[in-house]
Write a protein that binds this ligand. Structure first.
Ligand code: ZN
Ligand code: ZN
Length: 291
């Protein structure tokens, strides 16, 4: 039934999906599989926005060659401000921009570097666990103190998670190492430096209003209103803030594939085509509509 979805009554108007994760981060579908699904559902445009990497973009562009699907280059950068996780989407970024790639590598490596430092401190305390013991406890994408705690439990050094934190891993404890993360402003700057369009991802998922205002000050050009975890009232509110500030409105499923803890298929959130059109117009005005 390829190509027939446009006439399907379930899809009365054209939609796009500007926030999709692939196997290049923690998604379960390859860029090629995502493009196939997007073609099947007659989406107008998609963006692979993997966590802290742009490596899934070229294979998606390649897979979409000769089809009607527009692949917009993207990335989703993990940042933190005052212990709140904030995700910054970057559209149209230059894929070979060295400063951006350095920042992304830094974010990806920071988790491992921190775990290494924690293990180093534990070893000076006479605890013989290795980084490998810790990574064995992880799914390969996330790596943090809970995995160190599990390794401590597996080694018989503590009896539970709580003891691991109160004795070794908690703030002010002997094996504590602060977390390295980019600030949202650094991520916005990196996206702008790569001629990209910085957009605040899923603002209704825990980003306080005053922080949204601060991010707009920092150079955010758009807000992600449509999202799998945004309620209809969230969507309306985010669109209202975007209008008030003259910002772009974007949206996507944030699909990590049809399996996993939050299964959602590519194209399952109705994101009006105007969202992709707005982004494309933004890029054309600046002469950065790649590819
Ligand atoms: Zn996110
Ligand atoms: Zn995401």
């Amino acid at each position: 039934m390829k190509g027939s979805a446009r006439c399907d009554e379930r899809y009365p108007f054209m939609t796009c999906d500007l926030h999709i994760h692939s196997t290049y981060s923690d998604g379960s579908q390859t860029p090629g599989e995502i493009v196939d699904e997007a073609i099947e559902r007659s989406l107008s445009a998609i963006a692979i926005a993997d966590h802290d990497t742009v490596q899934g973009v070229p294979p998606a562009i390649e897979a979409a060659r000769g089809s009607d699907i527009r692949v917009i280059p993207a990335v989703e950068i993990s940042t933190e401000f005052k212990q709140i996780d904030i995700h910054i989407l970057g559209y149209w970024i230059e894929l070979d921009n060295e400063r951006l790639l350095d920042k992304l590598l830094y974010v990806r490596e920071a988790r491992k570097v921190r775990a290494e430092e924690i293990v180093g401190k534990l070893r000076t305390l006479g605890i013989e666990i290795s980084l490998e013991d810790v990574t064995q406890q992880s799914d390969g994408v996330t790596l943090g103190r809970p995995h160190v705690a599990q390794a401590l439990m597996a080694g018989g050094y503590v009896t539970g998670m709580k003891e691991a934190f109160t004795r070794y891993l908690g703030r002010d404890r002997p094996a504590f190492v602060p977390r390295y993360k980019l600030t949202p402003a650094e991520a916005v700057e990196a996206v702008l430096g790569a001629e990209g369009c910085p957009v605040l991802a899923h603002p209704a998922l825990g980003v306080p209003d005053h922080m949204i205002e601060a991010l707009i000050e920092a150079g955010i050009e758009g807000l992600e209103a449509y999202h799998n975890h945004h309620s209809p009232s969230n969507v309306r509110r985010v669109i209202g803030i975007a209008r008030e500030h003259g910002l772009l409105v974007t949206g996507g499923t944030d699909s990590h594939g049809p399996k996993g803890s939050y299964p959602v298929r590519v194209g399952d959130v109705d994101v009006p085509d105007e969202c992709a059109e707005g982004l494309i117009a933004w890029a054309e005005e600046r002469g950065v509509a790649r590819p």
